[in-house]
Design a protein around this ligand. Sequence first.
Ligand SMILES: NC(=O)c1ccc[n+]([C@@H]2O[C@H](COP(=O)([O-])OP(=O)(O)OC[C@H]3O[C@@H](n4cnc5c(N)ncnc54)[C@H](O)[C@@H]3O)[C@@H](O)[C@H]2O)c1
Length: 268
Amino acid sequence: MRLEGKHAIVTGGGRGIGREIGRRFAAEGCRVLLADIDGERAEAAAAEIGTGGVHACTADVGLPEGVRHLFETARACFGGRLDILINNAGIAHHGAFLDLTLEDWERVLRNNLTSAFLCAQAAARIMAAQGGGRIVNIGSISGQRGSYGRTAYGVTKAGIHQMTRIMAVELGPRGIAVNAIAPGPIDTGITSMGPDQERRYLERIPLGRFGLAPDVAGAALFLASDEAGYLTGSVVNVDGGFDAAGLIFSYTELTTVKSDVRDPSRSD
Ligand SMILES: NC(=O)c1ccc[n+]([C@@H]2O[C@H](COP(=O)([O-])OP(=O)(O)OC[C@H]3O[C@@H](n4cnc5c(N)ncnc54)[C@H](O)[C@@H]3O)[C@@H](O)[C@H]2O)c1
């Protein structure tokens, strides 16, 4: 019962990683409000988790009026108390840089970054007044490194990581800790990859498997719990070593590369 007596908002809580965080938090004694633009999804998730302390709210957190509605609902559910915000709502986007439209760019920014800013600001105002709280922003490994087709998505996630650090600096003196989780590829059961893409990913993940929603929920639980009392401004990769590995080559591939072509004593 690591979150006994706490009150948490989880955005994008209707499915995938957000729903799993809601489930995990509820199991640790936390009262949870799952917010999703798809209200039926949020209701179904709350019903499935099935403890009395889980509520649902229909809200588009990329819009100020949606965030206002979410925080009014939170006040009604939690009596004005808010201990934890999980900024998880987001949309995926792939597309070549040269083809990216302004409309898509703005849509991804609004759903992934503006949403986190609006919710974090509303939450931090409550937390500052009550003397503290925890904010966990869900970023991505796509915000840590370059790759194809991730201009809009990767920029929003890099923004999430940097906003986390700046919020940690400004809000630390008010007792609010702010950290981010950067998941690698997580199998939430809704996207399917071709076998070739799957194999190429797995070759680059040292732990040899895709992540699962409970892997991310476990990190979120730690960051929201008292055990993480001295952590703020951190971006925690939950990626099986994907980021650390970078462009991974097998040992055999490496030994076929001339290791020091500048060494004049070498004849090969
Ligand atoms: N799945 C992965 O491989 C992966 C990897 C890295 C980061 N992430 C991040 O984790 C988070 C959750 O990802 P997921 O895979 O569970 O996604 P998902 O699509 O399964 O769930 C996201 C939920 O957010 C909701 N949502 C989207 N925009 C919203 C808005 N404006 N207002 C309210 N709700 C909104 C959706 O309706 C959906 O229910 C996202 O921020 C995503 O970028 C996921």
